[in-house]
Design a protein around this ligand. Structure first.
Ligand code: DAT
Length: 222
């Protein structure tokens, strides 16, 4: 039976992993977290000093995934989407979370310092552009998440950099950087934004995607 490949993308913390794993368990599709895959296979190409994390070797990630993507039935989760072959995906979901909710989720994830850190995160730097890229979002290639490892904080590393990452990531969400990147990388009609603020959103999203998978399988079964 032919099965579709689904891309879940969006800023770190919007709920890709939560949705991806639950969707995989209910649909029978396979879930692949690109961050985990890279870590397990050490698919890195250098080290980003500014963000204090390894740089993803995108070509090796693509090589690593090629076989299973050709077979179909894979849910891919990553906070970037412009380096995957366009032909891989039958549908792309960009998860979207309100800024204040996202801020709290990211803070819970990696900030031991609480409000002190929050205050300095917002007071520092240049609020008018996306930090880390030196560009405005309209110019493209402005994805400061490229090298961000906020999703997988490295134990024992300086937390000082995470203050910058948190600020960068929330700004990314504000500027809808991942939505722009998805629209620039895939056909507009297969790119969909999904709200991801509360548990009911998760349930709605799963049900919608399950229906879409069912229909896709029917359409491709003869
Ligand atoms: P991501 O994989 O995009 O980085 P995640 O799945 O790890 O995000 O989720 C980040 C946190 O948010 C985690 O504590 C679970 C929570 N979360 C995810 N989806 C949610 C939803 N729809 N409603 C409430 N909380 C959600």
């Amino acid at each position: 039976m032919l099965l579709p490949n689904i891309l879940l993308t969006g800023t770190p913390g919007v709920g890709k992993t939560t949705l991806g794993k639950e969707l995989a368990s209910r649909s029978g599709l396979k879930y692949v977290n690109v961050g985990d895959l890279a870590r397990e296979g050490q698919l890195y190409d250098g080290y980003d000093e500014e963000y204090d994390c390894p740089i993803l070797d995108e070509d090796r990630v693509v090589d690593e995934l090629e076989n299973q993507m050709s077979e179909g039935g894979v849910i891919v989760d990553y906070h970037g989407c412009d380096f995957f072959p366009e032909r891989w995906f039958h549908i792309v979901f960009v998860l979207k979370t309100d800024n204040s909710i996202l801020y709290k989720r990211l803070e819970n994830r990696g900030f031991p310092g609480g409000s002190e850190v929050k205050a300095s995160a917002w007071n520092a730097g240049d609020p008018g552009s996306i930090p880390g890229s030196g560009r405005s979002p309209e110019e493209g290639n402005g994805n400061p998440l490229q090298y961000s490892c906020l999703e997988n904080p490295m134990e024992g590393r300086a937390w000082g950099y995470n203050e910058k990452k948190l600020k960068d990531n929330v700004q990314c969400e504000i500027f809808q950087v991942l939505h722009e990147e998805a629209l620039a990388s895939y056909k507009e009609e297969i790119v969909h934004q999904l709200p991801s603020n509360k548990p009911e959103d998760l349930e709605d999203n799963i049900n919608q995607i399950l229906k879409w998978i069912e229909q896709w399988v029917k359409d491709h079964s003869s």
